[in-house]
Design a protein around this ligand. Structure first.
Ligand code: DGL
Length: 268
């Protein structure tokens, strides 16, 4: 069981920002990634459609005999109901809880911002989870639907004026407020850290879902006695529901490295 892979899924390539951190923090783990590139984006869809897609993604990962599942997608993390999670035969985490726990432990002003897809912000799930830990927290949720296509198209450089204008517009409601913590509630958004950081300034801490989720997964595997004890580096397999070539081309940007593993197209 300990040699089984961690299964990670997302609507497309965004979840690779979680894989990047998993490779860094848990270098001996085998990873199986599924990117639903044929049906991306999830963040503009209805709750029920997102749940149906996530169930299919999870059953594909189950067929790979994984030891843990990670929804490396803010949107799925926000809408997947507990009834589905409770039935899974392995530990599960989304990106929501790890990011929320860190945000709550770091905020001093108690005012936390959440950036996410439209479906994520509409769900109110981040706010609900924050208030479970900090009942008096003030939460500002900002839907940022244009960020996903901008990132997918590589508009991520710090001096990109298109992305900067869009980000300034989304963030204007928190500028000058007492917000001190901003959760990047979508796995595409770590690529925009430099632009977002420039706009909100150094006094606002940005919470990276990839980093927090990889740390959280490490603690779950440790406490469940499921860490892989092999000496060699883990192996990586990638599955997609659309062209492997276009996945491989854009993956580099998200992983920070070329895809180092097998990429295969599957039919769900
Ligand atoms: N990576 C997804 C998330 O974290 C965003 C992309 C999408 O809309 O499917 O929400």
């Amino acid at each position: 069981m300990n040699n089984s892979a961690i299964g990670i899924f997302d609507s497309g390539v965004g979840g690779l920002t979680v894989v990047k951190e998993l490779k860094r923090i848990l270098p001996h783990e085998n990873l199986v990634y599924f990117g639903d590139t044929g049906r991306v984006p999830y963040g503009t869809r209805s709750r029920q459609t997102i749940i149906d897609y996530a169930k299919q993604d999870l059953s594909f990962l189950k067929s790979k005999e994984i030891k843990m599942a990670i929804a490396a997608c803010g949107t799925v993390s926000a809408v997947l109901p507990n009834e589905i999670i409770d039935e899974l035969p392995f530990p599960y985490t989304g990106v929501l809880l790890p990011a929320v726990q860190t945000a709550c432990s770091k905020t001093i002003s108690g005012h936390i911002g959440v950036l996410g897809t439209s479906a994520t912000i509409r769900s109110g799930a981040y706010g609900k989870a924050i208030r479970t830990i900090l009942p008096n927290a003030r939460i500002t949720g900002i839907p940022c639907p244009l960020f996903v296509p901008l990132v997918e198209n590589g508009y991520v450089q710090r001096d990109n004026q298109v992305t900067r204008l869009v980000a300034q517009d989304y963030l204007k409601q928190v500028l000058g407020s007492d917000i001190d913590t901003l959760i990047l509630g979508c796995t595409h958004f770590p690529l925009l850290k430099a632009i977002i950081g420039d706009i909100v300034g150094p006094d606002v801490r940005l919470i990276d879902p990839g980093r927090e989720t990889a740390r959280f997964a490490a603690s779950v595997l440790t406490s469940e006695g499921l860490l892989n004890t092999q000496e060699e580096r883990g192996s990586y397999s990638f599955f997609v529901s659309d062209s492997p070539e276009s996945f491989t081309e854009s993956a580099n940007l998200f992983l920070g490295d070329p895809v180092n593993g097998h990429v295969e197209q599957i039919l769900l």
